[in-house]
Design a protein around this ligand. Structure first.
Ligand code: HMG
Ligand code: MG
Length: 311
């Protein structure tokens, strides 16, 4: 089949914005460095498929993530499509300077709900990372940039185990208080389940942070990403992170695998009658092309199913 039957369900938003992270969260985890021209074509194809927010790369230390060391070259080369936003990850002022020099308009800082991951991913404590982010957000806002924040390890941490909900809300609120417009809740290692998602979102609500300021970022390590997304939509979330073809992971958390595949998300939303503006055929063709470039099949179930249709 090329499309699901459209059978709506009550209590869901009319429209969802997909925040595409494949070029950043996906490609940062490839063992081989992907040529910059392949990355540029990937960005172009994603925009053509109808994605309007495409996280392009990150301006982190090139030794920490060599896969994205070509950030300058990529942004200089790619033709930015009208109406499409191309956010980039920025951890510190050095990263912000590099992004501003390339005319970036949207950035994302990335904090951690746990101490261990803050140290492993940012070489700092949680307090130290907030100190690092504060001038980044202030300067970015002064320059008129849109600023998103990520919070990693919201549902569990490979070193610390379960993460208390109050700790997640506290650390997430600190990032929003810096002046970020949106907080994306990361299940970095994909261990969350739908009840946990509902409970975390309710706890944010009790702390005065409604679903209009939140997004969800599920990795599919334990196969829960789509179920967790449905739980988040039912709680009012309208921005969902996903990566084309389900590629991805995190170089500083080995137990993280790919993100929720954008195609799997679009299939479900299309069946539910929720608008995304994404052309599924075009997106599947993009991921099938990228899988050829990466030399291995896409982990997305929808890409696999739609690539082997009956004759
Ligand atoms: P550090 O070593 O503590 O940095 O790293 P520093 O501030 O001490 O600086 C050391 C040197 O690095 C200096 O050079 C800086 O200029 C240079 P020197 O003066 O010694 O010659 N430097 C930089 N160079 C280029 N660009 C920069 C930069 N910053 C410093 N931006 C740092 C601290 C934050 C930089 C490092 O830990 C880092 O780059 N971490 C990034 C790790 C990363 O990218 N992880 C993956 C993304 S997060 C993720 O995937 C999770 C997410 O998807 C959500 C989820 O799933 O949960 C978002
Ligand atoms: Mg991630």
């Amino acid at each position: 089949m090329r499309a699901p039957l459209n059978v709506p369900m009550e209590g869901l938003p009319e429209r969802v914005t997909i925040y595409e992270v494949g070029p950043r969260d996906g490609l940062q985890n490839e063992s081989a460095v992907v040529p910059v021209e392949v990355k540029a074509e990937f960005l172009t194809r994603l925009a053509r498929a109808g994605l309007t927010t495409i996280e392009a790369t990150s301006f982190v230390h090139p030794k920490w993530v060599p896969q994205l060391a070509d950030a300058e070259e990529l942004l200089a080369r790619v033709e930015r499509a009208p109406g499409v936003r191309y956010p980039v990850l920025v951890p510190n002022e050095r990263g912000l300077d590099r992004a501003l020099a390339l005319g970036v308009t949207d950035i994302a800082i990335f904090g951690s709900a746990t101490e261990t991951f803050a140290r492993r991913n940012l070489n700092r404590s949680v307090d130290g990372s907030i100190e690092m982010f504060a001038p980044v957000v202030a300067r970015a806002r002064e320059s008129g940039l849109a600023v998103r924040a990520y919070l990693s390890m919201c549902f569990g941490d490979p070193w610390e185990g379960p993460v208390p909900i109050e700790q997640v809300v506290r650390n997430g609120a600190r990032l929003l208080d810096l002046g970020c417009e949106q907080l994306s809740l990361g299940d970095t290692i994909g261990v969350g389940t739908p009840g946990h998602v509902a409970e975390l979102l309710a706890a944010f609500g009790r702390a005065g942070v409604g679903p209009d300021r939140l997004a969800v970022h599920f990795h599919d390590t334990y196969g829960q990403a789509l179920a967790n997304t449905l739980a988040a939509l039912r709680a009012g979330i309208t921005v969902v992170d996903a990566s084309a073809g389900g590629i991805g992971g995190c170089p500083y958390a080995k137990s993280a695998t790919g993100n929720l595949a954008t195609e799997d998300l679009v299939w479900m939303l299309s069946g539910l009658g929720v608008e995304t503006g994404v052309d599924l055929e075009s997106l599947v063709a993009t991921s099938a092309w990228l899988a050829g470039e990466l030399g291995r099949p896409s982990p997305s179930r929808v890409v696999q199913a739609m690539s082997k249709q009956e004759e």
